[in-house]
Design a protein around this ligand. Sequence first.
Ligand code: SAM
Length: 290
Amino acid sequence: ARPYLGNPKYTIEVLQKYHFVFQKRFGQNFLIDEHVLEKIIESSGITKDDFILEIGPGIGTMTQYLAEAAREVAAVEIDSSLIPILKDTLKDWDNVSVINNDILKTDIKRIADEKNGGKPVKVVANLPYYITTPIIMGLFEKNVPVDSITVMVQKEVADRMQVGPGTKDYGALSLAVQYYAKPEIVANVPPNCFMPRPKVGSAVIKLTRYEKPPVDVKDEGLMFRLIRASFNQRRKTLVNGIRNSGDFSLSKEEIEDVFNRCDLPLNIRGEALTLEQFAMLANCIYDEKN
Ligand code: SAM
């Protein structure tokens, strides 16, 4: 058996056979481009030893390619009307299991424990765009053993994950992703590679998880609160952002003192700070309070 669904002709056949109705609320845009599928498989670096978690298999297009390349695949799909279709399109592969569930309510750590002996899994997906951020942050924050996440996302979101300070796309998502992983955009994908066509451009981004974060932070929670405070009020100085957030119980003098110790100008905006500087500032605030 070879993958075949990348060919739009077969996708249309399957959709007609099952009278499938696309659900907008589930972000359903199915891939119909073999080159894009091959590019995703190639850049995700899958080997025959790997266990793959796929999020949102749809009618199983990418799942077929994953099943060919990997040892085993588990695919979590929320739409129960797709389950009989997947049973059909994946019948030639015996190394795939389909789980009918909401990925945000799925215990991924347990799947990794049961199916991969707790070893790091690779996540590969053409994500439903309406929940890109909670899916990715959930994978990082919930201590799921993951070694890489190769995903199709909205182009603009891929840019936000990859950029550094000094660009309009830089924000809390950039810093959160870059604290946990090394991001690399591996392909830009136009709307005509999907059925139906999305209104936005897409990109494939690979996030390779660090074994250890690239900066030393005494209190991660404090650093992420600081990042949030800073980008909630993008146009204010960071000193004011910290004061207005009411989240740090520091007086103006204490904040200024912290900035001086970190060698940061008092009028700097959060959007100008690198991850290293946010880490340093969070550590100074931590010391001021402990
Ligand atoms: N992988 C398929 C492909 O590339 O053709 C489909 C990708 S489509 C962009 C996103 C898929 O995620 C859809 O099948 C949709 O039903 C599913 N999905 C949406 N929300 C989900 C959720 N919360 N949990 C699991 N799957 C979800």
